[in-house]
Design a protein around this ligand. Structure first.
Ligand SMILES: [Zn+2]
Length: 342
């Protein structure tokens, strides 16, 4: 299931970028948009490799083995400049250190501009990777980038990643080729995990709760704390079904403080409720959460198909609205208050 850029899915994006490399018709700037874990960064790394590989397997397909490919993979290439959200060093050294909840600052954009004026040192293109550009300080950083885009030399290719183009200045977006990455099919993720040597049941369950985001699936399957988290979330769900309004509000408040954790919890619950729905519909399809078999049968026995179906669609809608920037706390409250009482 992996294509010849050695990544799972996003074939249309690979095809488009490959053509740009083969015909030398690159744009100065690209925006890879989509939720975290979907493969934006991996796609950017492959694109940078395709641009600078010295021994491509075929036109537009990086070898993955040469010095450039390996250095780019490790994000340690002299002609690859990375800009990512940072925070001020809490030890007070006035230094910026990378941080997932940080911001991209104007100093970083100014540094980048200086670097972009240097000709590539060992390859054909200087590639700038601006990760999570939606986390940019609302001072002059976006405007500084705009200037950088206007003045970028011919050997420079800038790649931005963000959740939504709508989060960025429209003047920036209009200067980028925008590639919106969509989640893969669950079967596709499962297959790609199996190709990596993971066992079928584990791959299947992980694919379900990854929501079609292969990067997320990999992170989940490699993490040992995952099974523990799943246990906890499913136990929480059990108690939430019979909890009071006050308890539900309190849980929603806690849950919505970390958007990523909330998304993951809902995906875990969703795979569980799909099982409940299958059982209320008396479908013969095997369950995903096999180890919770008895509990699922019990819940399904006390519920009708339409209520189970409604929970599934509520959860799917919640995930969709989270990507659309709706207030997560509000979403969590509505979701939990609407859980049926069997
Ligand atoms: Zn190579």
């Amino acid at each position: 299931m992996t294509n010849n850029w050695n990544l799972a899915g996003h074939e249309w994006a690979v095809d488009m970028l490959k053509k740009h490399v083969i015909h030398g018709t690159m744009r100065h700037a690209y925006l890879f948009a989509g939720p975290p874990g979907i493969g934006r960064r991996t796609l950017a790394v492959r694109f940078a490799q395709a641009l600078n590989c010295r021994t491509p397997i075929e036109p537009g397909v990086p070898c993955g083995q040469c010095r450039d490919c390996r250095q780019i993979e490790a994000m340690q290439h002299p002609d690859l400049n990375i800009v990512e959200p940072t925070i001020l060093d809490p030890k007070g050294a006035k230094e910026l250190i990378p941080h997932p909840n940080g911001e991209i600052r104007i100093e970083q954009i100014r540094d980048l501009r200086r670097l972009l004026n240097l000709r590539p040192y060992q390859s054909n293109y200087r590639v700038a990777l601006l990760l999570n550009f939606n986390q940019t300080r609302r001072d002059n950083a976006p405007n500084a980038l705009l200037k950088t885009l206007e003045e970028a030399p011919a050997y420079a290719v800038l790649i931005l990643t963000a959740e939504n183009p709508e989060q960025l200045l429209s003047t920036i977006v209009s200067r980028c080729e925008v590639l919106r990455l969509r989640p893969l099919g669950v079967g596709q993720v499962q297959h790609a995990l199996e190709e990596k040597g993971y066992e079928t049941n584990q791959a299947k369950w992980t694919a379900h709760i990854s929501g079609g985001r292969f990067g997320t699936a990999l992170r989940l399957i490699e993490s040992e704390s995952l099974m523990v988290e799943r246990e906890e979330r499913l136990n929480d769900l059990q108690s939430l079904i019979s909890a009071s309004r006050v308890e539900k509000f309190a849980y929603a408040d806690k849950l919505s403080r970390d958007k990523d954790a909330m998304r993951q919890a809902i995906l875990i619950w969703l795979s569980y409720w799909r099982d409940v729905m299958l059982r209320t519909a008396r479908a013969r399809t095997p369950l995903v959460n096999v180890d919770r078999n008895l509990e699922i049968e019990d819940l399904a026995g006390r519920m009708d198909l339409s209520s189970a179906r409604r929970v599934v669609s509520d959860m799917e809608n919640t995930l969709e609205k989270m990507d659309g920037n709706v207030n997560p706390r509000l979403l969590a409250e509505v979701l939990l208050l609407d859980l049926p009482k069997p």
